[in-house]
Ligand binder design. Structure first.
Ligand SMILES: [Zn+2]
Length: 336
């Protein structure tokens, strides 16, 4: 790539970071609702986060790539800006490890920010989402034509992964922003962006392996929230991890009856084994209550497709779901 093009890309990504960070308070002020969760978790904020994380300069966020490194840098700066601190176990916001990607050994990292609990700082609730995706056609070997990237007649080489899983990471960051300003959590909250998910849940395995899992109260993982199917948000589960739907629905109805009593559904794609296919699973296997909240069908037309672009997401619906998660989880992080 010519140096000038590279510089332009670097400038544009810094500009996006500045816009997102400086725009936060403005967005808070612009929304005239009296409801703090609706003021904080807006469709505009989620759109800006997804646009940044699925920008072409992130190059499809393949684990170990320069593009994934840019995404990680953005996530850690955002965490820092909203007031999360690094975990004591690590020198900064990164948990470093190496793993194999396309038969090469690469260095990579999970990005982790902490909000320390007021009463039980030794016990944690984790909100997580994987930030890696599958890279570009050099990796994938397939050629797709994009209908949405604006490069009409050209082959789209990039798998930007807007829904999978820039949407989950954006939701996790929006929750971090909301809780740092609107909650005094009883337990410590950890906000985690996992790497290496697409190679088989490697990042979540690495964190589960070093955490004192008996001190993790619960993990709530976020996946593909931007293109909700007709039923909306649903929760993956297994025999030992089947209480989250009831807890969230009760909490949400108590707080905001307008959502109804069954806003959160259950995973109905039983043949897809979704519970075992995302970053909740290594924690569930270690005995932690751990589920994934999703909203998109695993058979979605853009799943692992070059057309998984930021402008195919429904940000109004996504904001409604992330607001519901924020409200429904509030009594979990601050039990009475
Ligand atoms: Zn995913």
């Amino acid at each position: 790539m010519p140096e000038r093009v590279k510089k332009n890309i670097q400038c544009s990504i810094m500009l996006l970071l500045c816009i997102v960070l400086s725009g936060l308070d403005q967005l808070h002020a612009q929304t005239d609702s009296t409801n703090p969760v609706a003021r904080s978790i807006t469709a505009d904020k989620l759109r800006m986060l997804v646009q940044t994380l699925s920008h072409d300069s992130m190059d499809g966020r393949l684990t170990g790539s320069e593009g994934a490194g840019k995404a990680a840098a953005f996530i850690h700066h955002y965490m820092e800006a909203v007031g999360l601190k690094p975990m004591e176990a690590f020198a900064g916001y990164y948990q470093l490890f190496s793993m194999e990607v396309n038969e090469k050994n690469v260095a990579t990292y999970n990005v982790i920010g902490q909000l320390t609990g007021k009463v039980r700082p030794d016990s944690a609730i984790i909100f997580s989402a994987h930030f890696d995706h599958i890279g570009n056609n050099n990796y994938n070997g397939k050629k797709y034509r994009s209908r949405y990237s604006g490069r009409n007649s050209k082959i789209d080489q990039l798998f930007n992964g807007a829904n999978d899983n820039a949407s989950g990471v954006s939701a996790m960051l929006a929750l971090a922003d909301y809780y740092t300003h609107h909650a005094e959590p009883y337990y410590t909250l950890l906000f985690v962006a996992f790497s290496g998910e697409e190679q088989g849940l490697v990042g979540s395995e690495k964190l589960a392996a070093i955490m004192p899992t008996q001190h993790i109260v619960r993990l709530i993982n976020l996946e593909m929230l931007g293109r909700p199917n007709k039923k909306g948000a649903f929760i993956t589960y297994d025999r030992d991890n089947n209480d989250l739907q009831d807890i969230l629905n009760k909490n949400l109805y108590n707080n905001s009856p307008a959502y109804g009593k069954r806003f959160f559904g259950l995973d109905t794609y039983s043949d897809q084994q979704l519970f075992m296919r995302s970053d909740n699973f290594p924690f569930a296997r270690a005995g932690v209550k751990a589920n994934t909240i999703m909203a998109t069908s695993p058979q979605d037309q853009f799943y692992h497709h070059a057309d998984d672009e930021w402008n195919t997401l429904n940000y109004e619906k996504m904001a409604e779901i992330v607001q519901a998660i924020a409200l429904a989880c509030q009594p979990i992080i601050c039990p009475q």
